[in-house]
Ligand binder design. Structure first.
Ligand code: GAL
Length: 338
């Protein structure tokens, strides 16, 4: 009996060693392994985020495994499972769907893998380690202040981003701080107010086309949540010979938007330097993997807890400062404006 017991214990010990080996966690001497799960590459900014993080990871000598989910939550779930099975030390996760991603954080924590919520906040879980983003309410404030000062009365189209994206809520919250008082005072009449499903520009095109048709092209200002949706709105305006006559916001400092700002069809964009965000993400991941302290400068409520946050600043870009903000900073070249 005793003999049987000792054999059993030995077998169990060997089994645990092998199981540990399955998720080949980086031994202390090995390279730090970071998993990066991105929601999409449809917008230029996400392409830049990915490129910057890959470059910094290379410079810092860490292994970065990247997965892109093409705006599909099921795909992102499968990809995060795969990253965890590859034994990552830290997960950087920009969710397609803020609340659905909570289960991915729970899954990572079961494997003792810390999670950084990147750019977009993951809501509904108390297991998130850090949130790294721009001040997204301020992004909306920059848009709202700009358009309400440029068009303080008349007919408005108000668009917001994907309802699955917590940022869309924050952008709108910031913008409405400036627009709502003008609505309440009766100066602004909202002819359409709608979310752009999945941030898809074609959906924005339909919203603006319908609003123009229903109001005899009488529109004075458009709140567009990002450059992709702004470009689609301008397409609809152009079809009615209105491009350049209706002030419109944007966000992300895309090259196509920079061109539109120079030609006068788009009024502004919001610059969020993805080089800083990408670099910070890899640096924070390495600090976490090494057990070092991460400096944060704010905390954001995700509906369950105040998540320790690193929040970066954003800037307005118009024809007047585009050279200084986008060219002199090296974010794009003079040619990109032509
Ligand atoms: C947001 C992001 C924006 C915008 C959008 C569409 O979460 O902060 O920069 O591009 O997604 O992907």
């Amino acid at each position: 009996m005793k003999r049987l017991l000792s054999i059993l214990i030995t077998v169990l010990m060997v089994a645990t060693v092998f199981v540990g080996c399955g998720k080949d966690k980086a031994a202390s001497s090995d390279k730090i392994k970071v998993g990066l799960s991105l929601p999409t590459q449809r917008e230029e900014r996400w392409v830049r985020d990915k490129a910057k993080m890959e470059a910094v990871a290379e410079e810092m000598g860490i292994e970065l495994i990247v997965k892109v989910a093409d705006a599909n939550m099921q795909e992102q779930t499968t990809q995060v499972e795969a990253l965890l099975n590859q034994g990552i030390d830290v997960l950087i996760l920009a969710p397609h769907d803020a609340s659905a991603a909570a289960s991915l954080v729970e899954m990572a924590k079961k494997d003792d893998v810390p999670v950084i919520s990147y750019d977009r906040l993951i809501t509904g879980t108390d297991k998130l380690d850090y949130y790294l983003s721009f001040d997204n309410v301020k992004v909306g404030e920059i848009q709202g202040k700009f358009i309400s000062e440029m068009v303080s009365e008349g007919n408005y189209i108000i668009m917001s981003g994907a309802p699955t994206d917590n940022n869309a809520k924050l952008f709108k919250e910031g913008a409405m701080k400036y627009i709502q008082p003008l609505i309440d005072s009766g100066k602004i009449n909202v002819i359409a107010e709608q979310a752009v499903e999945n941030w898809v520009p074609e959906n924005a095109l339909k919203i603006v086309e319908a609003a123009l048709a229903a109001n005899d092209n009488k529109v004075d200002g458009i709140l567009a949540p990002n450059d992709g949706t702004a470009g689609a709105a301008i397409q609809a305006l152009a079809a009615q010979g209105l491009a350049g006559q209706v002030p419109i916001t944007g966000q992300d400092a895309e090259k196509s938007a920079a061109k539109r700002i120079m030609e006068g069809t788009q009024s502004m964009t919001v610059f969020k330097d993805t080089r800083d965000l990408g670099k910070a993400a890899i640096e924070i991941a390495v600090k976490i993997a090494k057990g070092e302290k991460v400096e944060t400068n704010s905390a954001v409520d995700n509906g369950v807890v105040e998540v320790p946050t690193v929040s970066l600043d954003a800037k307005v870009v118009t024809k007047d400062n585009i050279k200084e903000v986008l060219i002199d900073s090296g974010y794009m070249s003079e040619d990109d404006l032509k």
